[in-house]
Design a protein around this ligand. Sequence first.
Ligand SMILES: *[C@@H]1O[C@H](CO)[C@@H](O)[C@H](O)[C@H]1NC(C)=O
Ligand SMILES: *[C@@H]1O[C@H](CO)[C@@H](O)[C@H](O)[C@H]1NC(C)=O
Ligand SMILES: *[C@@H]1O[C@H](CO)[C@@H](O)[C@H](O)[C@H]1NC(C)=O
Ligand SMILES: *[C@@H]1O[C@H](CO)[C@@H](O)[C@H](O)[C@H]1NC(C)=O
Ligand SMILES: *[C@@H]1O[C@H](CO)[C@@H](O)[C@H](O)[C@H]1NC(C)=O
Ligand SMILES: *[C@@H]1O[C@H](CO)[C@@H](O)[C@H](O)[C@H]1NC(C)=O
Ligand SMILES: *[C@@H]1O[C@H](CO)[C@@H](O)[C@H](O)[C@H]1NC(C)=O
Ligand SMILES: *[C@@H]1O[C@H](CO)[C@@H](O)[C@H](O)[C@H]1NC(C)=O
Ligand SMILES: *[C@@H]1O[C@H](CO)[C@@H](O)[C@H](O)[C@H]1NC(C)=O
Length: 743
Amino acid sequence: MQRVPYLILLTLFLPLLVIAQQTNRFVSVGATLTATNDAMPWLSPSGDFAFGFQLIQGQNNFLLSIWFDKIPEKTIIWYPEGGPTVPRGSTIELTNGRGLVLSDTQGKDVWTSGSTSDIAYGVMNDTGNFVIVGNESRKIWDSFEFPSDTMLPTQVMEKGGEIYSKMSRTNFSRGRFQLRLLEDGNLVLNTRDISTNYAYPSYYATKTGDLSNQSNSGEQLIFDGVGYLYLLRRNGSKFDLTPSQELPFGDYYHRVTLDFDGVFTQYYHSRDSTDNSSWERVWSYPGNICLSFLASEGSGACGYNNVCSLDQNNRPKCECPRGFSLLDPNDPYGDCKPYFFPNCDKGASKKEDIDFVELKDIDWPTSDYVIMNPTSEVDCKNSCLNDCFCAVAIYRGNKCWKKKLPLSNGKVDVSLNVKAFVKSRKGDLPLENPPHFSGSKNNRQSLIILVHATNGFKDELGRGAFGIVYKGVMGTNTVAVKKLNQMAQDGEKEFRTEVNAIAKTHHRNLVQLLGFCDDGEHRLLVYEYMSNGTLASFLFGEMRPSWNHRCHIALGIAKALSYLHEECSTQIIHCDIKPQNILLDEYYNARISDFGLAKLLVMNQSRTNTDIRGTKGYVAPEWFRNAPVTVKVDVYSFGVLLLEIISCRKSVKENESGNEYEAILTDWAWDCYQEGRLDLLVENDLEALDDYKKLKVFVMVGLWCVQENPLLRPTMRKVIQMLEGVVEVTEPSCPFPFSLTLG
Ligand SMILES: *[C@@H]1O[C@H](CO)[C@@H](O)[C@H](O)[C@H]1NC(C)=O
Ligand SMILES: *[C@@H]1O[C@H](CO)[C@@H](O)[C@H](O)[C@H]1NC(C)=O
Ligand SMILES: *[C@@H]1O[C@H](CO)[C@@H](O)[C@H](O)[C@H]1NC(C)=O
Ligand SMILES: *[C@@H]1O[C@H](CO)[C@@H](O)[C@H](O)[C@H]1NC(C)=O
Ligand SMILES: *[C@@H]1O[C@H](CO)[C@@H](O)[C@H](O)[C@H]1NC(C)=O
Ligand SMILES: *[C@@H]1O[C@H](CO)[C@@H](O)[C@H](O)[C@H]1NC(C)=O
Ligand SMILES: *[C@@H]1O[C@H](CO)[C@@H](O)[C@H](O)[C@H]1NC(C)=O
Ligand SMILES: *[C@@H]1O[C@H](CO)[C@@H](O)[C@H](O)[C@H]1NC(C)=O
Ligand SMILES: *[C@@H]1O[C@H](CO)[C@@H](O)[C@H](O)[C@H]1NC(C)=O
């Protein structure tokens, strides 16, 4: 009698129990996930956080991780130590005995959370913490205790705790930067030697450490549930890292991350999944990382010999100065290699062969071994010239610092009026020893290696006015090899001069020349390989790129052109700026290619009316007029390109018989501008229209650049200032007062 209702109850409740388990998202012992594109991760009850595999951009491998799952950019906040990536088909399993076990496709252990028994279940908590729970709700293991580069609200760091930056945006190995809560209670940021983990002196510290009087030293780093980060002192008072009242009102996600560039930043992000805004910054430490390294140990914010400056968003960027090139071309934040090493061997480098590259506003405040005070600029240079140990001399206000390699803590500082003289060889031939080019003295032999590297010139990437480009391999790197069209046989010297000029250019928006080959018959140029194709396919493809991204690309191109026109030792006019000649790297940064080649071709022949370099639709009118060709031809082409970037529309539509008037972009842009109808120009691109002020500035700059009269066109430097809003743009006049007919 009594048993019947009991059984009924059981059968009634059983399905409910199963449902309850699913919504609670308990991960039971034995549960597994497999690394595939569409595998369901283990979600937290609210769905805010997910635990599972993320495909890593550019690697075709997966990272076991925890991420914010509801926002469009699925930001990763945790991964196992060292960020091991695994191939498709790898698994993660919750086991009784070994906790979480990550195995690759061969079944080999890649990582485990550590030996544990009596596991009840795992759970992805709504706080972003993955917890393994034992009997009696005991916490056995949780991801919060093993942070990677990020902390979340409710997370606490005890003394001895640390987080590491990533190696780079897409490499989750432990990088050079650390945040540590030291045993004495001081919270510090420092760089470290990667191979030994030796910590260099801090570049930021809360100075809350006090071993003699522990009562007010720091005890715990607490990220509270509201989003305030502070150090709790022993005596109960707080040292605020998030300034009070600094948090935005509203419903936001928060995180603090030690970014791969060494800046410790608190971010917030709207919880509204329909909101396309991205992570915004609350604060970051240190304020200017480039200027924060004071000790002489370590390389500073960037690698050795590299130079740090802040970009528009106050993030550090690193750039090898002239006279240096990146040791690892894929790591712009890494070390730079000098073209010239001081050498004290007898007769190694004769004084007559030595020259100086002069750099303005760049300083490496450490690495000096002699200071001369007072002295003159000439004496400073001479002293370095006559000193076989001297690599660089810094001159500022009657003072001279002689430096040895490697240089550290490099920074741009416009406030000090400082000059750096980098020793180099006269007519320096960096290509004698270019990176990634096993330069054999025997050109023919190295040509054979090349030919081999390009798979017998089979993988064609593209064709242009200057030659055909093939895909090749050198060492472990993919390269692009350009086989130049035939040129005059006796042009060897000019060829070398030109190629050297090209090789000396270093800019983040230029495609880097890695080497060349010339046996009189074949001329090959070896460039770094750009994985994401041309700007043409990006702009005019099926997906309209975002407005912000287009602005970023336009500015990058302007900067590279300004560099070619004004900052290179020999001025370089590109002569063929068009979207087919702008390539995109793996981060979709614009990189100009084919610069310096126009001169190589012109070498063969003097310019005549019919000999127009460039491409219809982009060439400046002076080409047709026998007027002198100056850098302003590039400004014109840039103007056309800028209008294309704004409108995502080709400069000339391929329509033989059609409506020419509307088909020519410059005319069309002028009309839209005149009539105040920029909405037509951008085809109702809401993102662009929301940013109307900037849109208008960009269009006006474009119209100034395409002025028929070259004198009216701005310099590229001015273009940058106008695009960045530093300088006001005036009303453009009608670009074509003479109504020119093309062709
Ligand atoms: C862009 O480059 C990344 C990394 O190399 C690659 O994964 C992606 O497929 C590329 N996209 C295009 C459109 O080529
Ligand atoms: C999950 O987080 C909540 C706070 O949001 C906490 O109360 C709870 O104990 C956590 N669960 C586990 C299993 O740690
Ligand atoms: C829970 O686990 C602990 C540790 O393994 C064990 O000592 C204890 O007996 C267990 N308690 C119960 C009720 O199973
Ligand atoms: C990440 O960087 C480290 C150190 O440079 C390197 O050894 C490792 O191969 C890189 N990982 C990936 C996936 O590129
Ligand atoms: C330690 O600091 C506290 C608070 O500043 C102070 O009251 C105390 O006297 C100090 N103790 C010693 C031993 O200096
Ligand atoms: C705790 O120590 C700090 C730093 O010395 C001091 O400013 C603060 O007044 C102390 N608070 C208490 C409650 O003693
Ligand atoms: C967010 O972006 C998507 C796709 O790009 C778009 O459909 C949507 O309208 C955007 N939402 C807002 C609020 O801008
Ligand atoms: C350059 O000159 C050579 C010989 O004078 C000629 O064969 C070749 O066609 C010329 N190249 C171009 C691009 O005009
Ligand atoms: C050319 O374009 C115009 C409008 O732009 C259109 O009316 C015309 O049909 C097109 N002609 C051809 C041959 O496609």
